[in-house]
Structure formats: structure tokens, C-alpha cells
Design a protein around this ligand. Sequence first.
Ligand code: MF3
Ligand code: CO
Ligand code: CO
Length: 272
Amino acid sequence: MNENAMTRQGIRIHAPEDFAGMHRAGALSALILDELGPMIRPGITTGEIDDYIRKRIEDEGATSATIGYRGHGGQIYNHASCISVNHVVCHGIPGDKMLKDGDILNVDVTVIVDGWYGDTSRMYVAGKAPIKARRLIQVTHDALMKGIEVVRPGATFGDIGHGIQTYAETQRMSVVRDFCGHGLGRVFHAPPNVLHYGRAGSGPVLEEGMFFTIEPMINLGRPETKTLADDWTAVTRDKSLSAQFEHSIGVTADGFEIFTLSPAGVFMPDLG
Ligand code: MF3
Ligand code: CO
Ligand code: CO
């Protein structure tokens, strides 16, 4: 990485031509999530979903950013996706778990295309989810969009968190504090930490050319999480349902560009 790269407040400022690279990576990650829709039904295992994702990334000549990824404790992740079912907040490990009617799940995929990272996740429903679960999914999606809508040069990262938190808490749901969004580009996780809660006007000022994710995790119950013995799986402490949506975005001269828009326009599951 070029040490003389332009940064502001420790955050990389990308050139106009870098948006095209992010667009290609983001589009592939979103396309793969689009393709999962029809296969997510009761009876499929999370491991089978991950196998499909791994193969699609390979077929496209891209690379999975999560296979071989090293966590903070040095633990290595060995899957092409994170699949977080029901009370799992994030970083659920795909495996033998079979989906049953009414399960809700987040699938999170990060691909590398020509060195650029595309990171996105969304919610799915196996069969028909209970009304509470469907409401959680809707509120979480809308909370992400509230965060994205404030993005423009001159706004702050605190404005993003404030928009998300205010909306989620108005709906009497809670924002997870233990995980955050992140800068990305030619790296997976870069400064800043993008908090999904906070005070308006606080934090670094957004500038054109900043690339980052917004990926709020919203719980029906309390916000606290704990990590299981596998060193990855994060669950709600109170076992309440959790949901998450994630987009990778860039700050433009007058607003934002979402790199991970669904090509088929199916970012939100059909909630009936
Ligand atoms: N894609 C996740 C994110 O949104 C990171 C997953 S890292 C893994 O940042 F190792 F758990 F896969
Ligand atoms: Co992310
Ligand atoms: Co992700």
C-alpha cells in the first residue's frame, strides 16, 4: 500500500477512478446474494448455502475475503460467508445446521475483484417468519437506509450512527454496540470504525472519496452480545432475535454511491 496515499483524519481518500473498482466488487457480492433467494428454504443447511457461495466466487475468478481471514484473537475463518440464524448477531459459521420454517438469517459475503473489496449482507426468511421477526427485519433495513441517507461531504460519522440509533430505538429495538462498520477499499477492514449509534455532529467529517460499510445489527431485546467458544459466533445475551443489513458505500461530491445494490432489486426479503 502506498504510504503517501492521501488521508484525512486517518481515513483514506480515494480517487474518482477508484469508484469503478468498488462498483465491480460490490456488484458481484450483491449478485451472489441475489442468487441465494430461491435456495433459502426449510431443509437446506447453512453449509450448503456457503458451498454455493464459495463456488460462485471461484467461477467468477474472484477471491473470498473471509477464507483465511484472521480474527483479533488470531483465530482463522475458513468459510466464504457468515450465516447468522435467529439470535446469532453476526459471524455465524456455516455448517450442518438445517434451516426450519420461520428461521430468519443474515448472509454476509465479501469478495475481492481486481484487488477491490465488496462487502454486503442481508436478511432472508426460511418459510414464513413470525410477525415480530418480520418487523425486526423491516426496522433493521430501514435503519441502515436512515444511516446511508445522511452521507454527504460535511456530515459526520456521528450523524450516521445517530440516524440509525434514533430510528431503531423509536421502534423500541436496540442497537448492538460490540461490532461496527469499517473503512474498506483495497483492504477489508480500515479506519474508521463506523458506529451504529452516537451523537449528531460527533466523529470524523465525511469527505468525497471515503469508502466504508454501514452494517447495523439490531436486536428485539437488549443490545448485549457474547461470543461462543468457537471464537467467532456472536449471539444476543438475552437470546432475543437479531437482524443485520450491510452495504459498502462511497462518498461522492454531493452524496453517496451504494456499491452493493442488488442487481435484481431484491435486497429486502419478501415479508408477505
Ligand atoms: N463480512 C464481515 C464484515 O462485515 C466480516 C466477516 S470476517 C469473518 O465486516 F472472518 F468472520 F468472516
Ligand atoms: Co463489513
Ligand atoms: Co460483511
